[in-house]
Design a protein around this ligand. Structure first.
Ligand code: GAL
Length: 681
């Protein structure tokens, strides 16, 4: 399990991607002086430097990197040294054009940007062995080395490769998974549309087909792609562990479902010594701090709840978004400290100095094109000093109130074609339920559907478990949720969950196969709604009327009681939202797509069952999160996303760490500002 921290920092980490090879050496000295001014203590170095480090095959040039590292070391700035394996040099592709990945429609991508990698390529494996070994031998024991940054954002911009080499690798992967062709034919349901295989060599990746390809084949290919990249990560990690004993090895994730959809981060989280994540604010989205919070909670969760590290975010606008909306004054600090509140041991950026050339020259940076006489630079310096004041929170852990079940594999399966409605959207439901919990000021851990995947995977420590969209759920996952409810938990499940098994085959019997028992109902028929049409839900006394769109169901209760019924639409008169008392606990089911406010009405009842605190004394968009230290110290973060000052009640007294002020009974948080209180006792 991930548990390491970058070596030798002594404070929260602050810094960013440093790309000195883009600049003449005289700029380096200025860089270092400015880094010291801003309180930078960690930089990610060499991420895209392979062509500079190995300009000709086997001929290395480390001179420039030696000099940069010595300058940083002398300034006591630690190094997160990258292996540059996300961009092999042009000479590599000239020798091995077959290592360029192929898209599903058979197009081979070209060299000239980044991340053009076939993870099944033996030539790529050999080349990365060379450069990683050389780097490990040269710098593996350097005193400035804080950790290793393997590759960059596996899975982005492409992960899957459909070339012949990948096809052969896929067949080996399948043979290991299924053992026999009979088992594969059964798992893939190849009796449908006459797809039965009589020889392993007949199996191909799910390349472009005239109409919908076998969904089980596609799902396995997605798993294979994530596994193949993971195998390359493990290979690099093992080389580095050998040559650089004791130095944490990581790779930067992009766990936000908005930003990367191809990696099974539950599997990846177990393999890194420290979870690191990159997050880019969805600048144009209203209340985008909620998406940020979700990404931060996911980052912590894939590491089993341990502290993690935000390795990249932006000081302001992002060039690859449709509009590079600049951050408002104070927004960068709020973003950084929201990640810290949710478990990050610091805040780093892409990138240190804005590039003059290349595809990302309009991406914001710590040192912008405007130079140091700029708002961004002043805010960077301020943030460095604020993080300095929070050194004592290192190692403390974020306290969660509830759990949300999330699964990348289920998402991959649900997204495939020809589901009962093209409006079904796993990510949208996860975000909607997350937002409802956020608005109730509840901090969330994400959990995988099956236990055993992570340390401390027991659900019973959460009074509430929410399942926003779990189309694919194994019988084991269903059993786990049933035991959780029987033991006294409160479960809240949304529609189109528990429908298929791990092979994308419908569970035997009525829907929702894996969850029928725990929910105390069956779904007789799906009732997807016409685009733009809504249905009304009416409830027993004391509950408000609700409205739903996109999705409804004909539900038959078998132990559960209806709390809301459909008032109109295709399921009129039938149960819409139900409650099932089972053992010591309760399981709620929401069979229709409710908007965020209507969702809150259901959530309120589930929260009451779970006996979770009603935090309605807290203003909307005041983000309140706690971290607890090993010594029992509790740090309360209050991040005000409103323009106006707000006040919140404070449980007892404490010291506000950013201002040094004593506080008691209540806490004022300035508009757009952040307060961090070490609570007494
Ligand atoms: C990340 C990537 C960085 C940089 C950044 C800003 O995804 O790791 O290298 O490209 O985005 O666009």
């Amino acid at each position: 399990m991930p548990h390491a921290t970058p070596r030798g920092l002594g404070r929260l980490a602050f810094g960013g991607d440093y790309n000195p090879e883009q600049w003449p050496e005289e700029v380096w000295r200025e860089d270092i002086a400015l880094m010291r001014q801003a309180g930078v203590n960690l930089v990610s170095l060499g991420i895209f430097s392979w062509a500079r480090l190995e300009p000709r095959p086997g001929a290395f040039d480390f001179g420039w990197l030696d000099r940069v590292i010595e300058l940083l070391h002398a300034a006591e700035i630690r190094i997160d040294l990258a292996t540059p394996t996300v961009v092999p040099p042009a000479w590599f592709y000239r020798e091995h054009p077959e290592a360029l990945p192929v898209s599903r429609d058979g197009t081979r991508w070209a060299f000239g940007s980044r991340g053009a990698i076939c993870h099944s390529s033996p030539a790529y494996r050999e080349a990365i062995t060379g450069i990683v070994t050389a780097l490990g031998e040269r710098y593996g024991r350097h005193p400035a080395l804080a950790m290793w940054h393997v590759h960059n954002e596996y899975g982005v911009p492409v992960l899957e490769c459909y070339c012949d080499v990948s096809a052969a690798h896929f067949r080996r992967w399948l043979a290991e998974r299924y053992g026999s062709l009979d088992a594969l034919n059964e798992a893939w349901g190849t009796a449908f549309w006459g797809q039965g295989y009589g020889d392993w060599e007949e199996i191909q990746p799910p390349r472009l087909t005239p109409t919908v390809a076998n969904p089980a084949q596609r799902l396995d290919f997605a798993r294979f792609a994530s596994d193949s990249a993971l195998a390359n990560f493990r290979h690099e990690r093992e080389l580095l562990r050998e040559l650089s004993p004791g130095t944490p090895v990581t790779t930067n994730f992009m766990v936000s479902p908005t930003q990367c959809d191809s990696m099974d981060y539950w599997a990846w989280g177990r393999e890194v010594d420290l979870v690191t994540n990159d997050h880019y604010l969805v600048a144009e989205e209203d209340r985008n701090h909620i998406n940020l919070a979700m990404a931060a909670d996911l980052s912590r969760s894939v590491g089993g709840g341990r502290p993690w590290l935000l390795l990249e975010h932006s000081t302001s606008g992002v060039n690859w978004q449709r509009r590079g909306i600049a951050k408002r004054p104070g927004e960068m600090a709020r973003n950084s400290l929201a990640h810290v509140a949710r478990g990050s041991e610091g805040a780093l950026f892409f990138q240190w100095r804005a590039s003059r050339a290349g595809a990302e020259k309009f991406h914001s940076a710590m040192v912008p094109h405007a130079g140091t006489d700029s708002r961004i630079w002043r805010e960077v310096v301020q943030l460095g000093s604020d993080l300095g004041r929070l050194a004592e929170i290192r190692g403390s852990e974020t306290v969660a109130d509830a759990a949300v079940v999330w699964d990348w594999q289920s998402w991959w399966a649900q997204k495939l074609e020809w589901r009962p409605s093209e409006d079904l959207d796993t990510r949208e439901r996860a975000e909607a339920f997350y937002a409802a919990l956020y608005d109730r000021h509840l901090t969330v851990d994400f959990v995988p559907p099956e236990d055993g995947a992570l340390d401390g995977g027991a659900l019973d420590r959460y009074p509430l478990v929410v399942v926003p969209a779990l189309y694919l759920a194994s019988a084991r996952a269903g059993e786990r949720l049933r035991r959780y409810v029987e033991g006294g938990g409160t479960l809240l499940v949304s529609y189109f969950s528990g429908i298929v098994d791990e092979h994308d085959a419908v569970h035997p019997g009525p829907h929702p196969g894996a969850l029928r028992g725990v929910l105390g109902l069956t779904v007789e028929e799906f009732q997807p709604l016409h685009a733009g049409r809504a249905v009304r839900l009416t409830g027993s006394e004391g509950v408000p009327d609700l409205s739903a769109d996109t999705w409804a169901e004909t539900v038959v209760t078998r132990g559960a009681e209806p709390v809301w019924r459909y008032a109109d639409g295709p399921a009129a008169g039938g149960p819409a939202v139900t409650r099932h008392r089972l053992g010591e606990g309760t399981a709620w089911y929401v069979s229709a797509r409710l908007g965020r406010d209507d969702l809150d009405a259901v959530l309120a009842l589930a929260l009451a069952d779970a006996r979770l605190p009603d935090r309605d004394e807290l203003p909307r968009d005041l983000e309140v999160v706690r971290r607890r230290g090993g010594s029992g110290a509790v740090y309360l973060f209050a991040i005000n996303h409103n323009d106006a000052e707000v006040t919140m009640p404070l449980p007892g007294a404490g010291v506000e760490l950013l201002t040094g002020a004593d506080v008691a009974g209540k806490l004022g948080v300035p508009g757009g500002g952040v307060r961090v209180v070490r609570l007494a006792g």
